[in-house]
Each structure stands twice: as C-alpha cells, then as structure tokens.
Design a protein around this ligand. Structure first.
Ligand code: PEP
Ligand code: MN
Length: 263
C-alpha cells in the first residue's frame, strides 16, 4: 500500500497549517529530550519567532545505557502539550511502548517511532490503528526493503499519514556517529508515495556537519529536515555534543534560507 506503483501521487501529511510532502520543504527542530518547561519553551519560542511550527522533543528516551537519562515520560508529554498550545505549534515525540500510544494521543500531534523500534511490529500495528500522523525512523541496520515493510505495517492497519525519516545507518566509518545514507531519499521517493525526511543530528552526531548535510538532504529532494536545538547544549541530558544552541540554530536557518530552500 505504500508503493508508488499503487498510488502514483505523493501523500501529503497535513500538520496543522504545514503540509509535508507537497514539494515545499520544511524544517523540524527542538531539543533531543524534554527536560523542563522553560527549556522547551525557549527553543520553541525561538523557532516560532522564525516562523517555524514543527516542534520535536523526546519524553520517552530509548538510551543505550540504562544509567543514562530515560526521559520525563508523562511529565514530558504534558510539557510538550503546554508549549504546543501556548505557541500554536505541532508537537512530535517518540513513543516506545504500544501501551503508551493511546495516552499520547491527548498530548502530542505526531507519534515518532524511533530507529530502535522500527521493527517493533506490535508498536507499528498500534500506531497504525490510530488517527495521528506517524514519523517512522529507519532502523540503524535496516535495508530499504525492511524500512518500507515497516511502513507497510502501519498503513495496513489503516493509518496512511506516515512520514519516513532517514537517520543514518551503522557502517565501519566512525568519523560520524552513523553514516547518512543520502541516496535513501531518492530511493524512498521513487519506491513509495510517502514524504521523506532526513535527521541530520542523529545521522552525523556532529554539530559542524548539520548545515552541509541539511543542504544535501534538501538538494536530493527531502520533504523535511529534522535537527536538535537546546538552550545550553553543554548541560543537555542527552546528545550534548550535537545539539545547536539558539544563536547557532538561527545562523543555520539563515544559511538554509540563503539557499532558497524555503522562505
Ligand atoms: C530521536 O529522534 O530522538 C531519536 C532517538 O532518534 P533515533 O531513533 O533516530 O535514534
Ligand atoms: Mn537526540
């Protein structure tokens, strides 16, 4: 059902006033983790002042080490809802457990399925059965075919509002945190009718590579880029090395706008 052969025209996912997949590229930003109301608000306000409406932030954090910050959970969802309501923004957050999907519907606008859960088939079925857009990330060792079939689980359960996100794959290379598979964008655009985006933060793991990889993503036809922004990355509870601070983000955005990607 996600195949371009089944449906030649692009699926456009409507997020409040913003459309993803209509040929008008977008930028999704926000902190890696939701840490406090003030932290999320300051990033969201800086985005809103720049005319950006798509706010990400992790409430449930899938961390490699059980001793690392696991996210605020329910309190994080409540913070996102409050900031989203106050600034009229679309909120995007990862849900890691099928049992938390229903509750999340009251707090966030887009359910993210993370790389580590791309083949959590029970979670895919659950998000396939709800009336909320889903942002599905590519597993770090997933082939294109596995990624597309994961999306198929969602659409097969009735939910057509799916966005695919390339977020880097695991290779032998360690100059970057993952290897950004830039060709995934045109492959997915050809093979499916779904919107395709690129997460430049988790693919590179390097603040100095966010701008060039974002430009590359837009150049190959990505419908959106996702990146992480924190008021003070040095004290961030996750992904400290790769989040931009607010002035860096404004500079990043200025450079993207200079390319004429969007206004
Ligand atoms: C995230 O976007 O917060 C995240 C954890 O990314 P990924 O699932 O791609 O590692
Ligand atoms: Mn992160």
């Amino acid at each position: 059902l996600v195949s371009r052969k089944k449906r030649p025209e692009n699926t456009v996912v409507q997020l409040n006033g913003d459309k993803i997949g209509n040929g008008d590229p977008k930028l999704i930003a926000g902190p890696c983790s939701v840490e406090s109301y003030e932290q999320v608000y300051s990033v969201a306000k800086a985005m809103k002042d720049q005319g950006l409406n798509l706010l990400r932030g992790g409430a449930y954090k899938p961390r490699t080490s059980p001793y690392d910050f696991q996210g605020l959970g329910q309190e994080g969802l409540e913070i996102l809802k409050r900031v989203g309501d106050e600034l009229d923004m679309v909120t995007i957050s990862e849900i890691v457990s099928p049992k938390d999907v229903e509750n999340a519907l009251d707090y966030i606008d887009v359910i993210q399925v993370g790389a580590r859960n791309m083949q959590n088939f029970e979670l895919l079925k659950e998000v396939g059965a709800v009336d909320k857009p889903v942002l599905l990330k590519r597993g770090m060792s997933a082939t294109m075919d596995e990624f597309i079939k994961a999306a198929e689980y969602i659409i097969a359960n009735g939910n057509e509002n799916i966005m695919l996100c390339e977020r880097g794959i695991r290779t032998y290379e360690n100059a970057t945190r993952n290897t950004l598979d830039i060709s995934a964008v045109p492959v997915l655009k050809q093979e499916t009718h779904l919107p395709v985006m690129v997460d430049v933060t988790h693919s590179t793991g390097r603040r100095d590579l966010l701008l060039p990889t974002a430009k590359a993503a837009y150049a190959v036809g990505a419908d959106a880029v996702m990146t992480e922004v924190h008021p003070d990355p040095a004290v961030a509870l996750s992904d400290s090395a790769q989040q931009m601070n607010i002035p860096q983000f404004e500079e990043f955005l200025g450079e993207i706008r200079e390319q004429g990607v969007f206004k």
